[in-house]
Structures are given as structure tokens and as C-alpha cells.
Design a protein around this ligand. Structure first.
Ligand code: SAM
Length: 203
């Protein structure tokens, strides 16, 4: 994300579904003026612990009107959040509204090739929910991921007035501690997990 965003000094950036705010902290360190929101009050509490009591953080739902003025931001980020939503039209319209014309939206979602590889029973061309079991260090959770094709993603972006500037499938960062890499017989720094889009808001 940091590589894709480049020099962010002086830019006003909102992180949609910011979780506990690690990216906001990195961006602030690089001179950006940051805001974040998440549907989970517990996540916003953790983000406030990380960023400080005065940080611009809100509990808000990406499927609802967002608590920001029109054209308030230079950049918006939606990292691993849109794939929990079936309908992207309202979230994308809201993100576009709060972005300045020409502003960037960076989206990261589960890669669309995951279903054909891992869940061949799913129809690649349909927008379908898939329940996945995760073990988060002993805490078990079922996440519902809405998969959709690459062209469905692209159609959603263009329908809401975004232009695709870049698609990226980056390797993990060279600073990643080896114990955090997935077990793999081939190069563990290259695996199909996520797809990154850099979008530009039309004027
Ligand atoms: C996988 S986490 C990603 C967190 C953060 N973006 C990151 O990369 O560390 C997904 C986050 O999206 C939030 N979320 C899910 N649905 C949301 C919605 N409709 N509106 C806002 N946040 C949502 C969850 O509460 C959670 O914090």
C-alpha cells in the first residue's frame, strides 16, 4: 500500500474499514493528515489507542452515508473490506463523493482467482457469498466473503465514475519476518492472496 501511494506528505487520506489503524499510523508518520472509520467500535477503540485520543476516527458503516463533507480527501483506501459486501455501488459512490476530483481510491480485495483454485464449486462469473472458517490465534470465526469476477469489479468501478490507473499483485514486503510467511514449497513471498487497484475519481 505504501509503495502504491508513494509520497503522501501533506495529503488528506481516509481509510475505510481501518480496523485497528496500522496503515493510518504509517501514513501519518509519512506526513499525511489521516482519518479512519470502521463499523466495529472495538476496532476504533484499538485504533484510538494506536493513534491517540485526538485522532480523527469514527464508527461508521461503509454501506451508509459517510460522516464527511464532499471532496474532503485527496486519497481514500478500502483495504480488505469491500469483499465483505455484496453490493459495491453505494460504498463506491460515497467514497467518490468524499474524494476530490482526480483523487485516488486504493482498493484491496481477495483475489478473484481464489474461487477457481480453492472453491471450484462456486460460479466464477456470479457474485456469490462463501463462508470461510478462520483460526485467529485460537479464536475461531466464520467470515463471509463475497467473491466476484475481475470484470464485475471493473464494471463496479467504472459505473461509479472511477478510472483504473493500476492493478497490482505485489510480493510481500522484503522486511517481512520469515515466521510470518505462509508455508510454501515455492517462493513464499509470491502467493495469490489479494489484488490491489489504484483508481482515479473522475471530475
Ligand atoms: C480484514 S479487516 C481489515 C482492516 C484494515 N483495513 C487492515 O487492512 O488492517 C476488515 C475490517 O472491515 C471492517 N468492516 C467490515 N464491514 C464494514 C462496513 N460495512 N463498514 C465499515 N467497516 C467494515 C471490519 O470491522 C474490520 O475492521
Amino acid at each position: 500500500m505504501l509503495d502504491l501511494l508513494g509520497d503522501v506528505a501533506g495529503r488528506r487520506i481516509v481509510d475505510a474499514g481501518c480496523g485497528s489503524g496500522p496503515l493510518l499510523a504509517d501514513l501519518e508518520e509519512r506526513g499525511a493528515s489521516v482519518a479512519g472509520f470502521d463499523a466495529s467500535p472495538a476496532m476504533i477503540r484499538l485504533a484510538r489507542e494506536r493513534l491517540g485520543a485526538e485522532a480523527d476516527l469514527e464508527v461508521a458503516d461503509l454501506t451508509q452515508p459517510l460522516p464527511y463533507d464532499d471532496e474532503a480527501f485527496d486519497d481514500a483506501l478500502a483495504v480488505l473490506v469491500l469483499h465483505y459486501l455484496e453490493d459495491w455501488s453505494r460504498p463506491l459512490a460515497e467514497l467518490r463523493r468524499v474524494l476530490k476530483p482526480g483523487g485516488r481510491l486504493v482498493v484491496v480485495v481477495n483475489h478473484p482467482v481464489i474461487p477457481p483454485v480453492l472453491y471450484p464449486e462456486l460460479d466464477y462469473f456470479a457474485t456469490v457469498p462463501n463462508e470461510e472458517e478462520y483460526d485467529f490465534d485460537g479464536v475461531f470465526a466464520t467470515l463471509t466473503i463475497w467473491y466476484r469476477s475481475l470484470s464485475a469489479m471493473s464494471d463496479s468501478f467504472t459505473a461509479e465514475g472511477f478510472r483504473i490507473l493500476a492493478i497490482s499483485e505485489p510480493p510481500v514486503s522484503p522486511e517481512t519476518p520469515p515466521e510470518l510467511l505462509p508455508p510454501s514449497e515455492s517462493d513464499p513471498t509470491r502467493f495469490i492472496g489479494f489484488i490491489f487497484f489504484v483508481l482515479e475519481a473522475g471530475s
